[in-house]
Design a protein around this ligand. Structure first.
Ligand code: TSJ
Length: 640
């Protein structure tokens, strides 16, 4: 009998067709085949162990990046059921070969506990060149193995083979991502660590260890956060000036468990992270709105009661009351509905009622006892309202000006087309390069906005300074979609006039710095621009190689130069120091022409990590920046 025959009954044929569909269109199941999709495989598997923890049976999860490129996830839970399932084969087989609910197009992700387990594990199996399972259960060690989703182990009587005795219980999965599917198969260790830490914050009492065994990266880290989301707030506010000690609350209403922690810091930012059943709800949802509405209501009520708001005064706005707030809101819902483009928006209406009820009751109890603290928080709202009013004035002036001069201050060389989808805006460092770009471009679809030297670092500047900055004003005007920060949200992506915004700077340290400043500005004021994939970096060539015979060639990085050296002997090399050194034809061919140029799209894999890194690198705290640079110095490429 052939080795795999046991797996092929009528059921498993449809099963394998299902997994084949995953392999044909992996993006539909894991979002994409770049590094973030790759990391997603790990999260899918870890989530199963977290479910086992939520069911009350698992205290320790271990994640190991193996030296050979595999990853192992191990837990000390009850072990995946191995008994014969109704289809006559081991339940474990069913879990790894059946497409479960929880795909991108299902209404709900998964239930808190006792519900669906193994969600996504068949997807991981389909996308792995090999996947091994080891289950410790009932005194035995069971094992199974798959290649590209197909079992390679023969069942005996429909049951898994045993490979020895054990005195513990648990599940261990080791898999190798399929190089035929993924662009790269190297997991992003920092992103995985960040995600594991987040999981530890959300599950106090769960210990998650991370081990990197890859050559040159060896490390072991352990995440255990008994203080839960309070400790999470402490991390999020690390390096900032807190206005008061962290406040947290907890309760249950309509079967929904609600937990929240928050702390105001001396910034103008509002940062509220929402979770439902351990899933980060990046698109927000009812739990967030319930919390916000209640919080604003309570602050206004107290402010009136204390006479801080007089009869003639208007209420604080919602954003006023949250100015400087960092909050984490975690709910456990028995049967949540997820909505939105990426199914990361909590839609369940009872979510708002439950959070509002729990937060309302608990906050009143707390503030009644801690008036000093309450006054500090109202102080933040007062400060915000004052700046908002000044702001509104500045904004009206800006909008009036914008109406009368469509193209801003005249530096923008706009394109002829108004078809935003086809239009591109190049933000070019320096007037001289800007001039060449204006001559070189395709006037129909390519607009050029030259900016002078270093723009303002928005991470360090106050709002009114940011809005007064000429470079920033001309960008806001050129994009056409407003901006969002602090007070009110005027940003409207549908008004964006260019679907590609391309940063074009010299390939040197100053150029990199200018790119960073621009990205910081976009990230803080128009994050959708980045998350929706509209921001690009132009890649001007570093060298031009002219061989004694044959065609000249542009080389875009040092790796390309190395390769060129191997295949060519006699050639002269021209190193481009700046965009200004290229004539219009060269600029067109290397950087502007959509047929021949090279662009990098800016992506954010982990918004939480990006946010922290932005604060560290561009903010005012010098010590944490120095520490970050010390830790990451060996990853940097130096310009010499
Ligand atoms: F999904 C998976 F297969 F990929 C996977 C599952 C991966 C890993 C690393 C762990 C797990 C997993 C599953 N850990 N623990 C469990 N537990 C169960 O599946 C389980 C055990 C016992 C019972 C029971 O009712 O006795 C029920 C379940 C769902």
């Amino acid at each position: 009998m052939a080795k795999q025959t046991a797996a092929y009954n009528a059921d498993s044929i449809t099963v394998l067709e299902g997994l084949e569909a995953v392999r044909r269109r992996p993006g539909m199941y894991i979002g994409g085949v770049s590094v973030s999709g790759l990391n997603h495989l790990v999260y899918e598997i870890v989530d199963n162990s977290v479910d086992e923890h939520l069911a009350g049976h698992c205290r320790h999860i271990q994640v190991v990046l193996e030296r050979d490129g595999a990853v192992t996830v191990r837990d000390d839970g009850r072990g995946i059921p191995v008994d014969r399932h109704q289809k006559g084969i081991s339940a474990e087989r069913v879990i790894f070969t059946t497409l479960h609910a929880g795909g991108k197009f299902d209404n709900q992700a998964y239930k808190t506990s006792g519900g669906l387990h193994g969600v996504g594990s068949s997807v991981v199996n389909a996308l792995s060149s090999s996947l091994q399972v080891e289950i410790h259960k009932d005194g035995w060690i069971y094992y199974d193995r798959y290649e590209r989703g197909k079992p390679t182990v023969e069942l005996k009587n429909g049951l898994l083979p045993k490979k020895g005795k054990t005195d513990r219980t648990g599940t261990s999965i080791t898999f190798v991502p399929d190089a035929d599917i993924f662009e790269k198969t190297q997991f992003h260790a920092e992103a995985i660590k960040s995600r594991l830490h987040e999981t530890a914050y959300l599950n106090p009492g769960l210990e998650i260890s991370f081990q990197n065994c890859r050559e040159g990266e060896e490390e072991t880290t352990c995440y255990l956060e008994p203080d839960g989301i309070r400790a999470y707030i402490a991390e999020l506010n690390h390096g900032k000036d807190p206005v008061h000690p962290i406040i947290s609350l907890k309760g249950k209403s309509e079967q929904i468990e609600v937990e929240a922690a928050f702390q105001f810091v001396d910034t103008f930012e509002e940062k509220i992270l929402g979770y439902c059943n351990n899933i980060y709800t990046s698109e927000g949802g009812t739990h967030i709105t319930g919390f916000k509405t209640k919080f604003t209501q309570i602050i206004n009520a107290y402010a009136r009661e204390l006479g801080i708001l007089k009869e003639k005064d208007l209420n604080f706005t919602g954003p006023d009351t949250r100015c400087g707030m960092t909050a984490v809101l975690a709910v456990k819902h028995p049967d949540p509905i997820f909505e939105g483009q990426t199914k990361t928006k909590l839609g369940s209406a009872d979510g708002a009622r439950a959070v509002s009820a729990v937060a309302g009751e608990q906050l009143e109890l707390f503030f009644d006892k801690h008036l000093d603290l309450l006054k500090k928080i109202i102080g933040c709202a007062e400060k915000s309202a004052k700046i908002r009013k000044a702001e509104e004035k500045a904004r009206t002036n800006l909008l009036v000006k914008q109406k009368f001069s469509f193209d801003g201050n005249g530096k923008l060389a706009n394109c002829e087309s108004r078809d935003a989808e086809k239009c591109e805006l190049f933000i070019v460092e320096g007037n001289s390069a800007g001039g060449s770009a204006k001559n070189a471009r395709n006037r129909k679809y390519q607009a050029i906005l030259p900016i002078r030297g270093k723009i303002l670092n928005v991470e360090k500047a106050a709002m009114d300074k940011v809005l007064a900055n000429a470079e920033i004003k001309s960008m806001i005007q050129a994009f056409g979609c407003g901006f969002s920060e602090g007070f009110g949200n005027d940003f409207d992506l549908s008004k964006l006039r260019y679907h590609k915004i391309i940063i074009m700077t010299d390939a040197d340290v100053d150029g990199a710095h200018i790119s960073t400043l621009l990205l910081t500005f976009f990230y803080r004021f128009m994050p959708e621009l980045i998350t929706e994939g509209h921001v690009y970096l132009a890649m001007p060539p570093l060298y031009k190689a002219v061989p004694s015979r044959g065609k000249e060639e542009y080389l875009y990085d040092d790796a390309a130069l190395e390769k060129y050296r191997k295949t060519h002997r006699n050639f002269t090399l021209q190193r481009y120091k700046g965009l200004g050194e290229m004539d219009a034809d060269q600029l067109w061919e290397t950087t502007l022409n959509p047929e021949t140029r090279c662009l990098k799209r800016v992506e954010i894999e982990d918004a939480r990590m990006a946010d922290r890194t932005t604060a560290i690198l561009m903010g005012t705290n010098v010590d944490s920046r120095r520490e970050f640079i010390r830790l990451h110095a060996n990853e940097a490429m130096l310009d010499v």
